[in-house]
Write a protein that binds this ligand. Structure first.
Ligand SMILES: [Zn+2]
Length: 408
């Protein structure tokens, strides 16, 4: 077995290779787009499918590999389906519970995984969500999001191996960082606080916000250079997306790319948040709605939004498509900033409000309380009928795996 193969089989639960080949040309095409924007030796793309949903670069057998888990794109697609088609909040909460159960299973926390898997199957509506994308741009959104993730990761690789590349862009990224942190440290408005208190039963005292935001700010300044690297990678990834289809209606395509990036960042935030909840469950801690992680992810989204006008200015300049003049990688940089067209602003705001109200707020503010009360009420081993033996670990594992299989 090669070093790469043994790394893959020990780091995640993989589905067999043969099911992947049908998707290969699609991912190779996406990856060629990234390669076209970043000259030089790049890692070889390896597509896997597992509940890890990660995109990472690893070195094995003296070579670099970009390992992309296509379950990540599938999950983005599911989240967008929930946004477009779900009529009740249960779909969003159930999707998050499934992610939490999968994470607990990979941590080998069987009783906890079974608990959350049970709550998932109780909550998930019986009616399946439509896969019909009629009237939506879901398929294009997902494609752009996968491109965004691949390009973002490749930029990390470049920054690591070419410090000069980092130095050239650092100053501009630092400005974006300052702009983002200014917005992200804003106190929630009266209306926002009322909403949290009323809709989610989450008490919001002045002291709580002060403490949480102080922690958030300290976290951002501790991680400043890492956040700046994220800004650079997001910026590069936006450039790759915008370059993907010059022939399309310019503003419609820019709007699609910005929404794709914004939603992908928010989806990642939801997934990271689910992982953090799973870690708290595994450690037997009571769950609380807001933590530093939620704030750190918010900062990243603010910075991303601060890049959009700069990216649009560059994209709408007459020499954007010119191979020689175009600054291939980074939309951020010295340029004349123009505001985003009102149509794009409207579409971005609508997407942001929707994903906040119908997805992330539910997961961040409502789900922890729901899980807490379910954990208190139920110990799964108690519901086994009297005349039956307790399930073995293998049986529990098999059951949770069946309930939370990716393709359901
Ligand atoms: Zn990153």
């Amino acid at each position: 077995m090669s070093a790469l193969q043994s790394y893959l089989t020990t780091s995640r639960r993989l589905v067999p290779e043969d099911e992947l080949h049908a998707m290969d040309p699609y991912y190779q095409t996406l990856y060629r787009r990234v390669q076209g924007e970043m000259p030089g030796d790049l890692p070889e793309l390896k597509v896997v499918y597992s509940t890890e949903r990660s995109c990472e670069i690893v070195e094995a057998d003296d070579r670099w590999y970009l390992i992309y888990d296509r379950y990540l794109g599938e999950t983005f697609n599911l989240f967008t389906r929930i946004l477009y088609h779900a009529k009740v909040p249960d779909y969003a909460e159930a999707a998050a519970l499934k992610c939490i159960a999968q994470r607990l299973l990979s941590k080998n926390k069987l009783a906890e995984a079974q608990n959350i898997a049970l709550l998932y199957s109780l909550l998930h509506p019986k009616e399946r969500l439509t896969k019909n994308s009629f009237g939506t741009d879901r398929a294009e959104l997902t494609e752009m999001q996968e491109l965004f993730v691949l390009a973002h990761e490749i930029c990390h690789h470049k920054l690591k191996h070419d410090p000069a590349f980092m130095a050239v862009h650092f100053v501009n990224a630092e400005l974006i960082y300052l702009e983002g942190s200014e917005i992200a440290t804003r106190k929630p408005s009266f209306t926002e606080r009322r909403k949290l208190e009323k809709e989610y039963g989450f008490p919001v005292s002045d002291r709580f916000w002060k403490r949480t935001y102080e922690e958030g700010k300290a976290h951002w300044s501790r991680n400043k250079s890492r956040i700046i690297e994220e800004i650079l990678c997001d910026s590069f990834a936006l450039g790759v997306m915008l370059n993907a289809r010059l022939a399309q209606d310019r503003d419609r395509f820019a709007s699609l790319c910005f929404r794709a990036a914004l939603l992908a960042t928010r989806y990642r935030r939801i997934l990271d948040y689910c992982d953090a909840l799973a870690d708290d469950i595994a450690a037997g801690r009571d769950l609380v709605p807001v933590n530093v992680l939620a704030l750190a992810m918010m900062m990243r989204e603010q910075c991303l939004r601060a890049i959009f006008p700069a990216a649009y200015a560059k994209y709408s300049a007459p020499d954007w498509g010119d191979e020689n003049k175009r600054f291939l990688h980074m939309p951020i940089g010295p340029h004349q900033i123009v505001g985003l067209p009102s149509q794009i602003v409207t579409e971005l705001n609508a997407a942001r409000t929707k994903v906040t109200d119908d997805f992330s707020d539910l997961v961040i503010f409502r789900l922890p309380g729901l899980i807490n009360s379910f954990r208190k009420e139920l110990n799964v081993r108690d519901v086994v009928p009297m005349n039956r033996e307790l399930p073995s670990d293998d049986e529990i594992f098999e059951m949770v795996e069946r309930i939370t299989a990716p393709n359901i």
